[in-house]
Design a protein around this ligand. Structure first.
Ligand SMILES: [Zn+2]
Length: 470
């Protein structure tokens, strides 16, 4: 090799190292630095929006995914705790020191296991995992970029399907809220399971013959990496405001119900700050525009933690959704599938009424309200014992529960059309005659109930889904 070629090679190596260095930096979780020392977790009685407003005014950190009529958990520093004691609000102390909880999580995170799902993974590691899956099955999966964030990170997702953009699709997303780490792992797990079991698991195999999946594990990578750099309980994105406060609650920034009532805050310091306008944030705009480009998305699952709930529309108001008759049984079905996975109880309700969440401008209200998608929120494990600091040995069971729920939703997106055998968008006499013909000739085409025989049960199914299907 000539001297010139050698020095060129040295330059390339040096440049490559400097480019790769920031990528490898920060893959571990930063050790606790005392930031949360002396903070307590309190459960405050919040029978009306008034108590919630008092806690917002105090600047208390929200210690759950949503504020709730009835009671809401917060983490408060020494000063806020003193204010709370003088406020006359009713409360219990659940944890005396948040820092010790975070130290315990850090210790667990150091026990690096062999399996991807043994510990919580960085944004970089998750993107690598998606790329690995796409390389494993290029016929079935591809990585796509949804857009970029305020700090310039790419938001990536994985498309899984035997077709691409031709069949109805379910969009699954995780980590709108930065500190909800298990949602990152659970959504990645769903993608991995579907790709690796596409031809093995009969249910997945069947689904992939009828639909497609889009899975975006980390909607808010800026916030996620911020939580991994020591600010463990950060919730919002990383927008810097003119008053030097940071962050918009992405799940209060969507365009249906935005800013309505007490379901969000207009104060930049608040954990539920809704942003200056609907879709003011690139992270929510990314997905809004992605859904507009993919008009076959008919289901939307927004994965959060914790509380072990499945939530249907609406979140921002108490009136029932126009399609509650269809939405509620599917939501209940998801909760019961998730419960039967490991015996951990999950409950279904609407955010605004059944569960009493105060949440306006959330993703599923938008995708249902704007696009008619069958849209739900998952609140994964646990029920508050460890909350956001869910021990890593629960990543797998929590992910299996999420998968069971998601597949149930997927089934219910395709079932209404299984009897549309000629694919003309309507279940009618023509499909009936196909079933009758298939019954007479013992052909599999009429087996819409997937029980390996053609008979009266298939006709009953057809009559049950008679009419237009979507
Ligand atoms: Zn959340």
């Amino acid at each position: 090799m000539s001297l010139r070629a050698q020095s060129l090679r040295a330059l390339v190596v040096a440049l490559t190292a400097s480019v790769l260095a920031p990528l490898s930096f920060g893959q571990g979780v930063a050790p606790p630095d005392g930031r949360y020392e002396g903070q307590r977790v309190v459960r405050v009685q919040t029978p009306t929006a008034e108590e919630i407003e008092s806690m917002r005014a105090m600047g208390a950190g929200l210690w759950s995914c949503s504020e709730r009529l009835g009671c809401t958990e917060y983490h408060v520093d020494v000063e806020q705790f003193a204010t709370l004691q003088e406020s006359g609000l009713q409360f219990d102390v659940l944890h005396e020191n948040v820092e010790t909880l975070i130290e315990a999580e850090f210790d667990r995170q150091q026990l690096r296991g062999a399996d991807f799902y043994d510990i919580y993974r960085s944004h970089f590691e998750v993107d690598q995992q998606l790329a690995t899956l796409a390389e494993l099955r290029p016929d079935l999966a591809r990585v796509f970029v949804v857009g970029s964030t305020i700090e310039g990170r790419f938001v990536r997702g994985i498309h899984i399907g035997r077709t691409d953009g031709e069949r109805k699709a379910l969009l699954i997303q995780g980590c709108q809220h930065a500190r909800e780490w298990v949602t990152v792992m659970a959504t990645t797990f769903m993608a991995e399971y579907i790709v690796r079991n596409a031809d093995i698991d009969q249910q997945v195999d069947d689904l992939l013959n009828e639909m497609e999946f889009f899975i975006i594990p980390i909607v808010n990578p800026d916030g996620y990496e911020w939580t991994r750099s020591g600010h463990r309980l950060w919730r919002k994105n990383r927008r810097r405001h003119l008053d030097f406060n940071y962050g918009v609650d992405l799940n209060r920034n969507w365009g249906v119900g935005w800013g309505v009532g007490s379901g969000s805050s207009n104060q930049t310091i608040s954990d539920v700050f809704r942003g200056a306008a609907p879709f003011s944030e690139p992270e929510t705009r990314n997905i809004r525009d992605f859904v507009a480009r993919n008009n076959l998305i008919v289901g939307h699952l927004d994965v959060h933690c914790f509380s072990q709930l499945v939530l249907g529309p609406w979140a921002y108001k108490t009136s029932p959704a126009p399609d509650a008759d269809e939405l509620d049984p599917v939501g209940q079905g998801m909760a019961s599938r998730m419960t039967s996975e490991h015996g951990e109880a999950f409950f279904y309700g609407t955010g605004g009424q059944g569960i009493g969440y105060l949440a306006a401008g959330v993703a599923p209200d938008w995708s249902y309200g704007e696009h008619g998608a069958r849209a739900y929120t998952f609140e994964l494990r646990d029920r508050g014992q460890d909350g956001f600091l869910l021990p890593a040995n629960q990543i797998l069971p929590a992910s299996e529960e999420a998968l069971a729920g998601a597949l149930h939703l997927a089934e219910n997106l395709v079932i209404p059309c299984r009897a549309d055998l000629n694919g003309d968008g309507v279940v009618n006499e023509q499909d009936l005659s196909i079933i009758l013909g298939s019954w007479a000739t013992e052909q599999a085409v009429g087996d819409v109930t997937r029980d390996a025989r053609v008979g009266p049960q298939d006709i009953a199914h057809l009559l049950g889904t008679w009419g237009p299907c979507r």
